[in-house]
Design a protein around this ligand. Structure first.
Ligand SMILES: *[C@@H]1O[C@H](CO)[C@@H](O)[C@H](O)[C@H]1NC(C)=O
Ligand SMILES: *[C@@H]1O[C@H](CO)[C@@H](O)[C@H](O)[C@H]1NC(C)=O
Ligand SMILES: *[C@@H]1O[C@H](CO)[C@@H](O)[C@H](O)[C@H]1NC(C)=O
Ligand SMILES: *[C@@H]1O[C@H](CO)[C@@H](O)[C@H](O)[C@H]1NC(C)=O
Length: 250
């Protein structure tokens, strides 16, 4: 009889402990605003801070990565989030060649589960944008937090047909930054982000313009360049390319 009572109270104790765990989750907490070269390979996303969530919240880690020219910007948020379900989302908003935008978001329900360190698995962005084959066309190219201080005319890679100029305002998940982006692109609609306007808790507002390359002209060596329509028929991927998976990336 005595043993039975002990086992019952032990069971209640364990139940209480697991309820506490389920409702007051500890998550990594950080805000990342980084601009640089080769970020994908060198960047360590591990957060030093830990946050205790309110009842019913999950852990989240979300990041938006944009590459233009040789520069990459990474905007990331880790912390608690109110969400119903666990999920992992990877989206390629804009495909190579040239301007690339990808995002990753992970909502999870275990102690410190928002613990991704590396972002290299999201694609070698430098490889996408650093193609050596170039067209005769050039676009102002830059990537900056806030506004670009300069935007040199850089050669466009084969497969691009327009110059993109845009601004993204990113708010939410403790983020409030603006990014300016200019470069060559093959996008037909002015949508670096595709139709997606959120990355985890971050809300993204895009304002932009697109300009077609000038009409075909005769080059200095006398050879006529292919018409614009031919240039535009490069590898066009459906944009946005949406990959949704419940299995975390390894
Ligand atoms: C990232 O940083 C964390 C904490 O500082 C460290 O434990 C981990 O080994 C680092 N990862 C890499 C790949 O450098
Ligand atoms: C984006 O942010 C900038 C600077 O804070 C502001 O001037 C601009 O109006 C914002 N644009 C949108 C679409 O919210
Ligand atoms: C973001 O920052 C701008 C100033 O840079 C400010 O006007 C705006 O209210 C801020 N937005 C939020 C949501 O904090
Ligand atoms: C560039 O693209 C055009 C048309 O898309 C193609 O005909 C041409 O061979 C390409 N040039 C190179 C060097 O790949």
């Amino acid at each position: 009889m005595g043993a039975f009572l002990v086992r019952d109270s032990l069971f209640l104790l364990l139940l209480g402990a697991s309820l506490t765990l389920a409702h007051n989750l500890n998550c990594q907490k950080s805000l990342t605003v980084r601009l640089g070269r080769d970020l994908s390979n060198t960047f360590n996303w591990t957060a030093e801070e830990v946050e205790t969530c309110d009842n019913g919240a999950l852990c989240q880690e979300s990041i938006l990565i944009i590459t233009a020219g040789t520069r990459t910007v990474a905007l990331g948020s880790k912390g608690c989030v109110f969400a119903e379900t666990e999920s992992v989302t990877f989206i390629q908003h804009s495909a190579p060649p040239s301007l690339v935008a990808v995002s990753y978001s992970n909502y999870c329900d275990n102690l410190l589960c928002n613990n991704r360190e590396a972002i290299a698995q999201f694609g070698n962005l430098q490889l996408f944008s650093g193609s050596s084959v170039s067209t005769a066309f050039r676009c102002p190219t830059c990537l900056a937090l806030g506004s670009c201080s300069s935007a040199p005319y850089l050669p466009c890679v084969n497969g691009t047909s327009r110059c993109y100029q845009g601004k993204l305002n990113i708010t939410g998940g403790d983020m409030n930054v603006s990014v300016e982006i200019k470069g060559c692109t093959d996008m037909k609609d002015c949508r670096l982000m595709g139709r997606i306007t959120t990355v985890g808790p971050m809300l993204i507002k895009e304002t932009c313009s697109l300009q077609s390359f000038p009409k075909p002209r005769v080059a200095e060596n006398g050879a006529a360049w292919p018409p614009i329509s031919a240039l535009g028929s490069g590898p066009l991927l459906p944009s946005p390319l949406l990959l949704l998976s419940l299995v975390p990336f390894s």
